[in-house]
Design a protein around this ligand. Sequence first.
Ligand code: FES
Ligand code: FES
Length: 199
Amino acid sequence: MTAIVRGSGGNPANAADEGVCLALGTMGSAESTIASACRTETTFTANGRPVRVELDPRESLLDVLRERLGLTGTKKGCDHGQCGACTVHLNGRRIVSCLTPAVQVNGQAVTTIEGVADADGTLHPLQEAFIDNDALQCGYCTPGQVMSGLACIAEGHAGSDDEIREYLSGNLCRCGAYAGILAAVRETARRLNSPVSEG
Ligand code: FES
Ligand code: FES
């Protein structure tokens, strides 16, 4: 018996055209064969380095970064778009990589926490500010906080403490290091000539 499993609804005959992955399985025998019918090649840059991966369209960018490319600085927290631990930049804009299909970044530029410091290891001012302000405890949320903090400053959303809080609200910290994180972003915004008013 052959089972057809669709990744989402639709006519199986049109599934490949729709980017839906069909897994064809031969069931009911000792040897069960699973063949992916729609693996696709995706190319993009990761921290400036050209990358080419053959992947299942259902794979998230987060899993590809961590499991295929070894860029484990990007963390998996909720895997549901709710914690911000997986935040990376796509063409300079922040995204949650757990909800981004890797095929969607084809031809685009991805930056992860590994790409933030200079090539010689010199930390970005925001990374230094995280250290100086004790903006972390366990550190699990920190890569996502830094990527969001960088975007917050670049977007011009670091004009006040309230604004910083609002634009970092998608990044949760179970350790409660929020005061340090706020101070680090505030200090860096000032240092990069983007004044922040208190309150
Ligand atoms: S792991 Fe992506 S938002 Fe939580
Ligand atoms: S420092 Fe532990 S979760 Fe934020």
